[in-house]
Design a protein around this ligand. Structure first.
Ligand code: HEM
Length: 410
């Protein structure tokens, strides 16, 4: 920036007098202090922001040739974009792989927050805005899945919108109101197209700004759960006593670490885009939507499987109640965890066990959710995993109340 100031002294002064750009730059970048003791997992937020950027850019290219018409959408995607438009396949692969990988990173980012207790007192709004982002990304992914108008688009759209009839209450009017018809059709595709390309991306952008805003005052947490005096440490850094300071400025020091992690991430990301994109594309969705032919096994994309498996093993109404529970319970985490200790899970007992059981349980639910429900052994494993998930959340307030903190820095 110093070079920029020298080269364009007038521009900088002019902008600063009108927009306070220098203050803004300090608050958001050069004097935005980040703890030294954080690991690569703290780069996941930036990885998410960058992946969202890629999704927006690739989506804009796809939008140039996509046609939201039930008679034309399938060919627009699978024929025009994939084989007639120069590099259309590349934008589609980036978009498909990005949509899948973004959820993997979101889950890593969430579980990092849970492991280090980054949702606790003072940081509740970071967590809540993050959860709103999770819900919005889910709606964005679901609405995007409808657009190729393949067999899975159609039937997953049918199954998920059916949930809004609320089981035995049979509120079919709501389902028809959402679809704009008795079954998914042109009105349905038009609505989900609008949601996917306009409303949800706008909402996500607003929520990302909110999420960043909620981070500014409480500052990011660190891997030891240490309570840092940011003012004192920042003063030490500014006085040149950098070794004694416990913080570094976001720009340029922390950002250079973020950029390094981003570089590695993009190598892996583009490896998937060029060589293994098929993992992000369901083969069943390469058949055009056919309202007269129900696929033998309807399942959502991998990132929704854990909550789908909580819906499936129970009777209709009970399953729906627990499915609703699974959708909202993560939001309540800052209020269900009754322990004031901000520390990594490894030092919090018995929370440590709770964390690892939850992680393994959600992976088990994901695997079981993909298998057809016909095998009784797998159905039983799925049911046990679903019950475990519910029990884990119900006992959380009690086990955090009797928590013991062991070892570590604090
Ligand atoms: C596109 C979505 C998201 C973006 C772009 C994003 C971005 C970020 C960034 C840049 C940070 C600071 C650095 C870091 O800790 O990684 C952060 C922190 C955080 N995010 Fe997100 N985030 C997103 C979604 C989520 C979700 C779904 C959650 C889960 C509820 C979440 C919860 C948190 C928490 C708790 C922190 C604080 C970490 C700490 O203090 O150590 N975020 N996020």
């Amino acid at each position: 920036m110093a070079h920029f100031d020298k080269a364009f002294p007038f521009t900088n002064k002019w902008m600063d007098q009108r927009l306070g750009v220098n203050t803004l730059q300090k608050v958001l970048s050069t004097e935005y202090w980040i703890p030294k003791n954080i690991n690569f997992l703290w780069a996941m937020g930036m990885v998410l922001a960058a992946t969202f950027g890629l999704l927006v850019v690739s989506g804009i290219f796809l939008l140039m040739y996509y046609i939201p018409d039930t008679g034309k959408a399938f060919d627009a995607v699978n024929y025009t974009i994939m084989s007639q438009v120069g590099y259309g396949w590349l934008w589609r692969h980036i978009h498909g792989v990005g949509a899948s990988v973004v959820f993997l990173i979101i889950y890593i980012h969430m579980f990092t927050g849970i492991y280090y207790g980054s949702y606790k007192k003072g940081r509740e709004l970071i967590w809540l805005s993050g959860m709103l982002l999770f819900v919005s990304f889910s709606a964005e992914a679901f609405s995007g899945y409808m657009l190729p108008w393949g067999q899975m688009s159609y039937w997953a759209g049918m199954v998920i919108t059916n949930l809004f009839s609320l089981g035995s209450l049979e509120l079919n009017g709501i389902v028809e109101w959402i679809r704009g018809d008795y079954v998914p059709g042109q009105a349905f595709l038009g609505r989900f197209f609008m949601l996917h390309v306009l409303l949800m991306p706008l909402l996500i952008m607003a929520l990302i700004v909110l999420h960043f805003g909620t981070l500014r005052l409480p500052h990011v947490n660190n891997q030891d759960g240490e309570e840092i005096d940011f003012e004192e440490s920042a003063a030490l850094w500014k006085a040149g006593r950098k070794k004694e300071s416990k913080v570094i400025p976001f720009n340029p020091v922390f950002m250079s670490k973020d950029v390094f992690v981003l570089g590695i991430y993009f190598i892996l990301f583009f490896y998937l885009v060029f060589y293994h994109f098929e993992f992000a594309m369901d083969p069943v969705n390469f058949d055009p939507a056919d309202p007269l032919k129900t696929p033998a096994h309807i399942y959502p994309e991998w990132y929704f499987l854990w909550s789908y498996e909580i819906l499936r093993p129970f009777s209709k109404d009970v399953g729906l109640i627990w499915f609703g529970f699974a959708q909202v319970i993560f939001m309540a985490l800052p209020f269900l965890d009754r322990s004031p200790n901000v520390a990594p899970a490894s030092r919090r007992r018995p929370f440590r066990c709770w964390f690892w059981i939850l992680l393994v349980d959600m992976i088990t639910l994901t695997i079981m959710g993909k298998l057809p429900p016909t095998d009784p052994t797998f159905a039983m494993i799925g049911k046990i995993a679903a019950i475990t998930f519910i029990v884990l959340w119900l006992i959380l307030p009690f086990i955090t109340k009797i928590e013991k903190l062991v070892g570590g820095k604090k």
